[in-house]
Design a protein around this ligand. Structure first.
Ligand SMILES: [Zn+2]
Ligand SMILES: [Zn+2]
Length: 376
């Protein structure tokens, strides 16, 4: 195993990203060291980069969609979370969060995110001023220093395995939206999580899935991943005309479930208008504070008998969903390898975060899903 690892450190909010080098430690009991192959960049990383998540301070080592090969195993690490034996060299996907699993919040309230013994999640621990240093995925190695870290062995290629975490968020939305056999579903927003929501809706048995968003390349990918119809927000710029187009595509006045994966408060209100009376809006796009909107409790909610479900990340059953996500991806059947549109080296982490946050193309191409490739 090499003795030093490079890591891309965000020095300050929206500031420089520096490559720093840290010693690769020997893992302690219950720990392991991972040689990173690929780490997804998600919208949350772009928000953190801009200083929009108060819990993350700088300097920070981001990256929580982590795939790599086991480089060294501490005492007691012999199997993945499903009990399958592992050895050095095996590819695994790493679940970034770790709660105690025993306390009142974990077991009674089923809110592991509120666990008082929760360990700092990989990609969110900050500031990175003391050891362990290699706590995020935008680096050559990860030191999984939370003893008992959950990981799963997989033979999926890295560019597919890296979708496990976004898929687990999409599955939370599908479940909160009560999508089942015969459901009609609108997925609003076709970023990586929206695209995974299309797949998840199909896996849950949806009868009809309509994807709404832009640009054209992402909508085409949504169709390839199982959407029956797509509606472009670039072609149809008015909310009313878009709603008519969605209703036409559904063959109904609204969907049983709308997955809100767009991320703007205005889109949230538009999503409410796409729900059929009696249906559900599962909103997961407004993951950070983007402001407020006027809302009429009578006409937007009661009169139509709808449910609005907040979907925060992979939710309380995050581990179950993380596992389900792997099962869906391993089942295959869809062109998952097309989702990662850009693989960039550690030296370009700052540029990549800025492009993603600004919604601008990178290397002349629209971003669908960015991933950092520390081997590049
Ligand atoms: Zn993510
Ligand atoms: Zn706990």
């Amino acid at each position: 195993m090499s003795t030093a690892a490079r890591a891309a450190i965000v020095v300050d909010a929206a500031g420089a990203v520096e490559i720093r080098s840290y010693a690769v430690p020997e893992p302690g009991p219950g720990e392991f060291v991972l040689k990173l192959e690929l780490c997804g960049v998600c919208g949350t990383d772009a928000h953190i980069y801009r200083g929009r998540l108060a819990s993350v301070t700088f300097p920070a080592l981001l990256g929580h969609e982590i795939v790599g090969t086991l480089a060294a195993l501490g005492d007691g690490v012999t199997a993945d979370h499903g009990g399958r034996p592992v050895a050095v060299g095996d590819r695994v996907g790493v679940f970034p969060a770790l709660s105690c699993g025993r306390c009142h919040q974990c077991q009674v309230r089923r809110r592991p995110a509120n666990c008082p013994d929760r360990r700092p999640s990989y990609g969110f621990k900050s500031p990175v001023t003391g050891p362990p240093h290699l706590t995020g995925g935008f680096a050559e190695y990860l030191h999984a220093a939370n003893a008992g870290t959950v990981f799963y062995r997989t033979d999926l290629p890295p560019e597919v395995a890296v979708l496990q975490e976004p898929m687990s968020v999409a599955l939370h939305g599908i479940e909160r939206g009560s999508v089942g056999v015969g459901s009609t579903v609108v997925v609003q927003g076709v970023g990586a999580i929206g695209l995974m929501a299309v797949v998840a809706a199909r896996a849950a048995g949806a009868h009809r899935v309509v994807a709404v968003g832009a640009p054209a390349a992402r909508l085409e990918l949504a169709a390839a991943l199982g959407a029956d119809a797509t509606v472009s927000i670039h072609d149809l710029t008015g909310v009313t005309e878009r709603r008519s187009a969605v209703f036409d595509a559904l063959g109904a006045f609204g969907a049983d479930c709308v997955i809100g994966a767009s991320g703007s408060p205005e889109a949230f209100m538009e999503a409410i208008g796409l729900v059929a009376d009696g249906g559900v809006l599962a909103e997961l796009g407004n993951f950070t504070d983007r402001g407020t909107v006027p809302f009429n409790p009578f006409s937007d909610l009661l009169k139509r008998d709808i449910t609005i479900a907040g979907v925060y990340g992979a939710g309380p059953d995050m581990l179950r969903r993380y596992h389900q996500a792997l099962l869906i991806l391993e089942r295959g059947g869809w062109p998952y390898d097309r989702v990662v549109s850009h693989r960039v080296p550690l030296e370009r982490v700052g540029e990549a975060l800025a492009a993603l946050g600004g919604g601008s193309p990178l290397d002349g191409r629209e971003i669908v899903k960015l991933a950092i490739d520390p081997t590049a």
